[in-house]
Design a binder for this molecule. Structure first.
Ligand SMILES: C[S@@+](CC[C@H](N)C(=O)[O-])C[C@H]1O[C@@H](n2cnc3c(N)ncnc32)[C@H](O)[C@@H]1O
Length: 376
């Protein structure tokens, strides 16, 4: 580990992963595991999302602008029932708030009652794909958008809602989400520090491993992608448009032209989200501080490769349903346009590939992880 400003920490009594120092020695950017796609929501995660003003303003505005006089289904209402309450406040005639996690649904029921909307909002416990509604809804809102747009299963959730839960002319919120990619020189930002998890979120690493059943190179997010580490402007690699009939996962090839000298450490993935079709400017997770932190896929190489302005990368990004038929698996490759070997070939499976510590980045991050995983 080269992270002079980070230390390894033992949670559960053992040394596991690098955790960043806090206070004046804190590195400029730290890592947080990508958690939104796993059923491990708790009070901290819900409170971070509810306090995310950029996200809340976008969804709040979109719901308020269409809910009056309509019926609404809020899929994945969470413990705070945010959009169900906004819909009721704005004059929706009936709201169904669906939540898969029983404890969160119970909390949502208490929030709805405390806000005086129990006669309008019904909280239903279960996966939306197993829920029947007494009638089809006019509006479908679901904040099951991931740090990679499709990673929390919004495509499958909306596809099922279109078939069974809403009218043909239903309004979908969000309206459109894109995933964008930026080649990133994280060493230029970290200096002599190494990659390390933010202390507050390090314990979620083991929660993801417990959910999946084994340790693997889980998706990680940087707290920020500072401009000084960006090697090219963002390019779009995934487009989800929810007014079209049925979403189909595809493989997309794009090109990124390097516009500054640096070292290619990997690709950062952010989202751009239009909650409603009239939104001119999207929520942009690479430009704004939101709870959708940018995912980072490290290079496969042992050392970040030096790049120069004018170099061109060919990126391929593809998604396909994972074995749970809901959360996508991803493949992301990057190669210089004038070379055939890839600099990166990422097997981003939801339930984890067979490999753990498969690249230099993950070996450094998990240098201290124990050889045997007991699922504690
Ligand atoms: C990112 S949180 C959003 C919570 C809340 N809607 C908000 O925006 O503040 C996603 C929530 O959706 C729930 N969820 C995900 N997929 C679901 C599904 N298919 N059916 C019901 N709930 C689901 C999760 O358990 C989680 O509580």
């Amino acid at each position: 580990m080269t992270g002079l400003r980070s230390r390894s920490i033992g949670y559960g009594g053992r040394l596991r992963a690098n955790v960043a120092a806090v206070g004046e020695n804190a590195p400029r950017i730290t890592l947080v595991p990508s958690v939104g796609e796993y059923p491990i929501y708790d009070e901290l995660l819900y409170s971070v999302m509810t306090a995310d003003e950029v996200r809340v303003e976008a969804f709040d505005h979109a719901v308020r602008s269409c809910a009056a006089g309509r019926t609404v289904v809020d899929i994945g209402t969470g413990a705070d029932a945010n959009w169900a309450v906004v819909a009721a406040e704005s004059g929706a005639t009936r709201v169904w708030a669906i939540e898969a996690l029983p404890e969160s649904a119970e909390k949502a029921r208490a929030v709805v009652a405390a806000r005086g909307f129990a006669d309008i909002v019904t909280v239903l416990t279960g996966d939306s794909r197993d829920i029947e509604l007494p009638e089809k809804a006019d509006v479908c809102v679901s904040e099951t958008v991931g740090a990679i747009a499709s990673s929390e299963g919004v495509c499958e959730i909306f596809a099922d809602a279109k078939r069974r839960l809403v009218h043909d002319s239903a309004i979908f919120i969000p309206h459109r989400v894109e995933t964008v990619a930026v080649p990133f020189d994280y060493a230029a930002v970290l200096g002599d520090a190494g990659p390390a998890f933010q202390a507050e979120y390090a314990t979620y690493v083991d929660r993801v491993f417990q959910t999946v059943g084994h340790p693997f190179d889980l998706r990680v997010c940087w707290t920020e992608i500072p401009h000084e580490g960006r090697l090219a402007p963002p390019i779009t690699v995934e487009v989800l448009q929810f007014d079209s009939r049925e979403y189909e996962y595809t493989m997309r090839e794009s090109r990124a032209r390097i516009d500054r000298a640096g070292r290619f450490g990997g690709i950062a993935l952010g989202i751009r989200l239009w909650a409603s079709p009239v939104d001119r400017d999207p929520v942009d997770s690479l430009e704004q501080r939101t709870s959708w932190l940018p995912v980072f896929v490290p290079t496969s190489g042992e050392q970040p490769r030096t790049v120069a302005p004018g170099d061109e990368f060919v990126l391929t990004f593809g998604a396909r349903p994972s074995t749970d038929h809901r959360h996508p698996d991803y493949r992301l490759t990057a190669r210089f346009a004038d070379r055939s070997d890839p600099e990166m070939d990422w097997d981003g499976r939801y339930l984890g590939g067979t490999e753990f510590r498969s690249t230099a980045f993950y070996r450094e991050l998990f240098a201290a992880y124990p050889a045997t995983f007991r699922g504690e």
